[in-house]
Design a protein around this ligand. Structure first.
Ligand SMILES: NC(=O)c1ccc[n+]([C@@H]2O[C@H](COP(=O)([O-])OP(=O)(O)OC[C@H]3O[C@@H](n4cnc5c(N)ncnc54)[C@H](O)[C@@H]3O)[C@@H](O)[C@H]2O)c1
Length: 336
C-alpha cells in the first residue's frame, strides 16, 4: 500500500513535536512538505529530509498527491486553513481550538462535512496512557456509575501577557483541555456550568481582561458532576491529576515524575518535582493521538476526536466565561 502523504503547517512548539513523531515513528506515513511563515523554520525540517519547505499554505494544497495536513500554526489561522484544506479534499489534523468564535467553528464544521474529509482536533490528553486507562476502567464498570470527577489542571507559570491578550482567555485556551477530559472520561454531555474565577497570580492578567485561577463545576445530563480547578501558576510545576469517584469505587491518576524514587532521611521525605510542562508530561499522548489519526486514515475509520468534540468543549468554555461574568450557573443550551 502507498504511504500516506502528509504536510505540516506551523513549526513552533507543537509543530516540532508532530514533525518528529510523524517522521520517526510511522512507517506508513511520508512527510512530503512543511510550511511556516518564518523562514527560520526551514532549518528545523532539514534534519528530517522533508523535500519541501514553503512559507505559503496554498503551496501545500497544490500538491496533488498530498493526503492530509497537520495544522499547528497559531489559533487565528486554524479556521481558514481547515476550510482551504477541506475544499482541496485533504484530511485534516488541527490543533485546538478550531477558532475563538462559536459561529465560525459551526460554519467550518459544515464546510468540512460537505467536503467529506476527515477532521481530528488535537485534544491530546485523551491519548495519555494514564487517562486512557481510567476511561477504560469506567467503560469496564470498574468504578461503577461515575458520580464525581475531579480534575486538577495547573500550569507551572503564566504565558506572556501578549499571548494572554489574544488567547481567548483561560477557559478557551487552557481549561478547554479539561472540559474535553471531563466529557471523555464521563462519556456524557454537560448540561450546566457554574464557574468562579479570580486573579491571584498576576494583576496584569486581570488588566488584560482575563482570570488566572478558577473553580468550575460541570453537571452532566444524568446529574453527575465534575469539578475542575485551574491555575496559571503552580510553583512546583505542571499539576495534572484526575480522580473519578463512582458507585463501586474510586480511581486516581497522580502527577507524572521524571523518576519514582523518594529520599527518606531524618529531615523528611523528598523526591523530584512533577514533569515540568506539557511537552514533557504529554509526550506519549502527542505520539498516540497521531497514531490514531493515521490509523483512522489507513483503515478509513471514524476519527477519535471529532470537530463536534471541539465545538462542545468550546461551548462549555463559553458557558464558564458567562458564568463568571454573571455569577450564576449557565445552561449549555444558552450557548449552543
Ligand atoms: N494540544 C496541545 O497540547 C497544545 C499545546 C500547545 C499549543 N497548542 C496549539 O497549537 C497551536 C500552536 O501553538 P504553539 O505553542 O506551537 O505556538 P508557537 O508560537 O510555538 O508556534 C507557532 C508557529 O506557527 C508559525 N506561524 C505563525 N503564523 C503562521 C501562519 N499564518 N501560517 C503558518 N505558520 C505560522 C510561527 O512562525 C511558529 O513557528 C495553537 O493553536 C495552540 O493552541 C496545542
Amino acid at each position: 500500500m502507498d504511504k500516506i502523504k502528509v504536510a505540516i503547517a506551523g513549526l513552533g512548539r507543537i509543530g516540532k513535536i508532530h514533525l518528529k513523531n510523524l517522521c520517526r515513528n510511522f512507517s506508513e506515513i511520508e512527510v512530503i512538505a512543511t510550511m511556516d511563515v518564518a523562514e527560520s523554520s526551514k532549518a528545523i525540517v532539514e534534519e528530517f529530509n522533508v523535500p519541501l519547505f514553503t512559507q505559503n499554505f496554498d503551496d501545500l494544497l497544490a500538491i496533488s498527491k498530498l493526503d492530509a495536513v497537520v495544522i499547528c500554526s497559531p489559533t487565528d489561522t486554524h479556521a481558514d486553513y481547515v476550510v482551504k484544506a477541506a475544499r482541496a479534499g485533504k484530511h485534516i489534523f488541527c490543533e485546538k481550538p478550531l477558532d475563538l468564535s462559536l459561529e465560525r467553528v459551526q460554519e467550518v464544521l459544515n464546510i468540512v462535512e460537505a467536503c467529506g474529509v476527515k477532521l481530528m482536533l488535537g485534544f491530546n490528553r485523551r491519548f495519555d496512557p494514564e487517562f486512557k486507562k481510567i476511561r477504560q476502567l469506567i467503560v469496564n464498570d470498574a468504578v461503577g456509575d461515575p458520580q464525581i470527577i475531579k480534575i486538577t489542571s495547573r500550569d507551572p507559570g503564566p504565558p506572556p501577557i501578549e499571548y494572554v491578550k489574544v488567547s481567548g482567555g483561560m477557559f478557551l485556551d487552557m481549561a478547554i483541555h479539561d472540559f474535553d477530559m471531563a466529557r471523555y472520561i464521563s462519556g456524557k454531555q454537560v448540561k450546566e456550568v457554574f464557574a468562579k474565577g479570580t486573579v491571584m497570580v498576576d494583576p496584569e492578567i486581570g488588566k488584560a481582561g482575563d482570570i488566572d485561577t478558577a473553580i468550575i463545576t460541570l453537571t452532566f445530563d444524568d446529574g453527575s458532576m465534575a469539578v475542575i480547578d485551574n491555575c496559571r501558576q503552580a510553583v512546583y510545576g505542571y499539576d495534572q491529576r484526575l480522580e473519578v469517584f463512582g458507585s463501586k469505587g474510586m480511581v486516581q491518576a497522580e502527577n507524572n515524575f521524571p523518576n519514582n524514587h523518594k529520599l527518606y532521611t531524618e529531615k523528611g521525605v523528598s523526591g523530584d518535582l512533577p514533569l515540568h510542562f506539557f511537552l514533557e508530561r504529554y509526550d506519549a499522548s502527542y505520539n498516540q493521538e497521531v497514531r490514531e489519526f493515521v490509523d483512522a486514515l489507513v483503515n478509513n475509520e471514524d476519527i477519535p476526536v471529532s470537530g463536534d468534540d471541539g465545538l462542545l468543549s468550546m461551548a462549555i468554555a463559553l458557558a464558564a466565561k458567562k458564568s463568571v461574568e454573571e455569577n450564576r450557573p449557565v445552561k449549555i443550551n444558552e450557548i449552543l
